[in-house]
Write a new protein. Sequence first.
Lengths: 203, 471
Amino acid sequence: MPDPVVKVEGRMAPLDRADVDTDQIIPKQFLKRVERTGYGPFLFFDWRQDPSFFLNQARFDGAAVLVAGANFGCGSSREHAPWAIRDAGFRAVIAPSFGDIFRANAFKTGIVAITLPDSQVRHLIDLAAEDPAARIEIDVRAQQVRGEAGSGFAYRFELDPFVKECLVEGLDEISLVERHGEAISRFESSRMAWLPSVNGTTG
Amino acid sequence: MRPMTGAASSSPRTLAQKLWDAHVVPGGREDGSAPELLYVDLHLVHEVTSPQAFEGLRMAGRRVRRPDLTVATMDHNVPTRGGVRAADELSRKQMEVLAENCRREGIPLHQIGSRRQGIVHVIGPELGLTQPGMVIVCGDSHTSTHGAFGALAFGIGTSEVEMVLATQCLPQRRLGDLAVTVEGELPIGVTAKDVALGIIAVAGTSGGQGHLVEYRGSTIAGLSMEGRMTICNMSIEWGAKAGMVAPDETTFTYLEKRPHAPRGEVWEQALDYWRTLPTDAGATFGDEIRIDATSLTPYVTWGTNPGQVVPVSGRVPSPRTDTDERALRYMDLKAGTAIEDIAIDRVFIGSCTNARIEDLRAAARIVQGRRVHPKVRALVVPGSTTVKRAAEDEGLDLIFKAAGFEWRSAGCSMCLGMNPDILAPGERCASTSNRNFEGRQGSGGRTHLMSPPMAAAAAVTGHLVDVRELV
């Protein structure tokens, strides 16, 4: 059973770039492991060779929320991307838009992937850059990103009701689908006769 | 047979809607609070995105529900020469783990060195496993390739791979329909790859997000299956969930007599059904992009995403965004440089986008009677072992080898550089693959995407060049 994710609270790290693809998030040479964990040190491996990259700045150590430009996570389907983000300590990513597969993978990893309008993302990126100590709270139930008391902002985000339910309840999706086992079997008995099926011979 | 009736069938539907409707397992929550449950007809598996899924299954005490609807191949990290022994230890381990998982669960596997091994998106169609009307998934973003047959095909992550292994289903929300209509005759020298790059030039890198795309119009109808696959393959490069083409006589001719295609009376039944799949007259798309094929030209990417693309006759554009500036720095290019003045070090003809027999023929036509430029190292990696054999039967390997190309065994190879075929830092490559992301073909490597004939022309001239100057 995955752990429930109800709230994410903490500091932000800004990645002010658009079209951050999954090859940058976790380069291919780190996709050869057969485990789901241990990818954190390789997050943005090529970009972190630059000493000024945010992951090398002590002021962003321990940030819980990554705030990035549009189309974050475009490219390949590698779930290693959200695994690496999680292993590096992040619990949420906020961006104006996401690659579809990345976004789905992120939620399955327990990373809250939040889409906010450009202007709000810009505000968060600027805030994080100016004041790395600034904290935000992501309330998954209320679908809100809020600043600290007195900061005066609360941004509402859209969230698929089913994704939300899985997150806050920590549901195992496979178990949910398995409950439909009989319906699946009925469906299987009515499939087209010619559809390919291959017996387990190896070549 | 599954009845084609139901509320949805009375009004005109798109191809995508028909595919979707035919795969919804009834009985989910009806209040819309949960996604629909889509049944998966074919689950393709490879060594890189599956080990954690099998492990998850095992830890939960689950088995693979339909090993007979699951097919595995080794492609992402296989060496293209020297066999499995040439692989690094971690890659070898991944291949062994896949073989062990397939053995345990009874999943057919095309392993390295076997007769039908190849890139997952090349072998599905050539074995006749990919058919119209199917839902096909794979832990790989280029699964959209199979949409060329009038199938709903898309890439999934490892958690979803585990879901499909366990249940043969995927919870999914319906998406919007987007038509890409391409009309007119393609100019000489312009290929399906150029259509794909031309679409991305118009739509941008995220223009397809959240959509199922249907490619239609006279240009698409006039393409071979190989060409349609190239275009559907690149759907993810502009963010689309899936890309598809309505099945027609070209599709049926390609499929007939392939190993897993229906035969005899059942073939006729299948044809009758497949002919009902194309979008109904009067069905509406949420949006449409229209492209005039006669305006297309051979394209080349100059930057680090596939939307950073220009005609080969053009120049490196002036940067308009931070992303453009970063790309220029990474690619070591100056705005205003003529594309044809860009010298290259490497050529890669391969990948699930452009390594089918037709692609190799098109490249060989340019290469024939010429030599690879002395400063260039050029590689041909057939998309599958079957393609490799077919090419050798036609003597294409001899043409490439005589010109100085390396002729390799099948795999993903330098498209993503998980095997030993990688660019050195700073090397510049003319590539028929699908992604020009930073470091994609090797850390520090620089990728220019283009069609197979264009890559062949670059190989023999040593720089990016309009292939029409060579024909």
